[in-house]
Design a protein around this ligand. Structure first.
Ligand SMILES: Nc1nc2c(ncn2[C@@H]2O[C@H](COP(=O)(O)OP(=O)(O)OP(=O)(O)O)[C@@H](O)[C@H]2O)c(=O)[nH]1
Ligand SMILES: [Mg+2]
Length: 377
């Protein structure tokens, strides 16, 4: 599935940038035909590495002078509206390269992304028929009530406009004791790692095609409501290793290829998801097994699929495999989907309401300029 990616705000821009990097240099090239980064903070845009300079759009310069909106999502929405014409112009120029869907990415707790992403999404919805997916970064608990409120309000606004929302919970993945930049960088890799496999599994052109290929419609049919994605990778046995006989066998070496495929999927669905969720409440699931062709095993695939069918609340599991020649690992990717609640934020989709505990949280203080706040009010 080829997705046009729009990252809004700092977290959104960085994640869009990393996904674009994978699309340019990774195993699954071309999954992101275009990417834009939209921000009110100039420094954030300058810090990106892959998205080309002309595709980094600074919005609200007259309002916040390139300094961000200081967690004030009303100002975030306002600056996004100011810049919407430029954003849409860039998108229309690029959509000529066929895309199957749009993916908008933002940190839910900030101002620019949380306020701006719904503005961009609602315009995309008016103009295009392609599905729109939202990737939202849930602020960690210790980031406070204002960020939690921003997250809820953002979800309220995109509710009903997007086809599916993929959540990444910073609480689950934050790395204590590391500098923030390093911690974000690790988290962004964790989030982005499974996406090229999921999006690229059905896009193989020259390589061997899998036993069961998933395509854009499988992803579209699997991705609804709130979703989480998991990734698990393990080394495959190297048959070409002449010294294997002398080596001590690890427990992984002793697994049969079928068992390795099954374990990769099971681990992805239970151990390493992007947020805490109850697998029994998922209504749909998508699974992909990737690895060298001789490791991809029909029996393992079927076992993993049957297990997933019984683990979620319906039998609606779609799956495929993705042969990667010359790779020495087997990976499982699982997206659990169709959740209607985010228990940690206390929100329910379709009727996203502000929980009692968060009522009366303080309004955001723009760090850019006093003018911005007044203009928002
Ligand atoms: N996972 C992850 N979270 C991030 C990253 N950068 C910021 N965040 C989180 O995103 C939320 C804040 O959103 P930002 O994207 O920084 O804010 P913004 O959209 O730029 O808005 P303003 O800075 O208020 O103008 C907080 O929960 C941060 O912890 C990142 O690179 N990765
Ligand atoms: Mg910012």
């Amino acid at each position: 599935m080829r997705v046009g990616v729009i990252g809004v705000g700092q977290a959104g821009g960085r994640i869009a940038d990393l996904l674009t990097y994978h699309s340019l240099w990774g195993r699954h090239q071309g999954i992101v035909p275009f990417a834009l980064a939209v921000n009110s903070a100039q420094a954030d845009l300058l810090g990106l590495k892959t998205i080309s300079k002309k595709d980094r759009i600074l919005v609200g310069q007259t309002v916040v002078k390139g300094h961000g909106v200081g967690l004030n999502r009303k100002v975030g929405a306002k600056v996004a509206k100011h810049g919407l014409h430029t954003v849409m112009h860039s998108i229309t120029e690029k959509v000529i390269h066929h895309v199957d869907a749009f993916m908008v990415v933002a940190g839910l707790g900030g101002g620019t992304g949380s306020g701006g992403a719904p503005v961009v999404i609602s315009k995309l919805r008016q103009v295009y028929e392609e599905p729109i997916y939202f990737v939202g970064i849930v602020p960690s608990e210790d980031e406070g009530k204002l960020m939690a409120m921003n997250a809820i309000e953002c979800l309220q606004e995109v509710d009903g406009l997007v086809n599916g929302i993929l959540l990444f919970d910073n609480d689950v993945w934050k790395k204590e004791g590391l500098p923030l930049e390093t911690s974000y960088s690790i988290m962004n890799h964790e989030l982005v790692k499974p996406l090229p496999l999921m999006l690229g599994a059905g896009e193989t052109e020259n390589e061997r095609v899998g036993i069961k290929v998933i395509d854009a419609s499988d992803i579209i049919n699997s991705w609804e409501g709130f979703s989480y994605i998991g990734y698990s990778e393990m080394k495959a046995k190297k048959t070409g290793d002449r010294f294997l006989f002398f080596k001590k066998k690890s427990s992984l070496d002793q697994l049969s290829p079928a068992m390795r495929c099954y374990t990769a999927v099971r681990n992805a669905a239970t151990l390493r998801l992007t947020g805490e969720c109850d697998i029994k409440k998922a209504k749909r699931a998508l699974m992909i097994i990737a690895g060298p062709p001789d490791e991809l095993n029909m029996e393992g695939f079927s076992q993993a699929k049957s297990w997933l069918e019984s683990a979620i609340s319906t039998p609606e599991v779609r799956g495929g495999d993705c042969p990667i020649r010359g790779w020495d690992s087997v990976a499982g990717v699982v997206m659990l989907s169709g959740y209607t609640e985010i228990p940690r934020l206390g929100v329910t989709i379709n009727s996203v309401k502000i929980p009692e505990s968060l009522r009366g949280a303080p309004a955001g203080n723009p760090r850019g300029s006093g003018r911005a706040r007044q203009e928002a009010d």
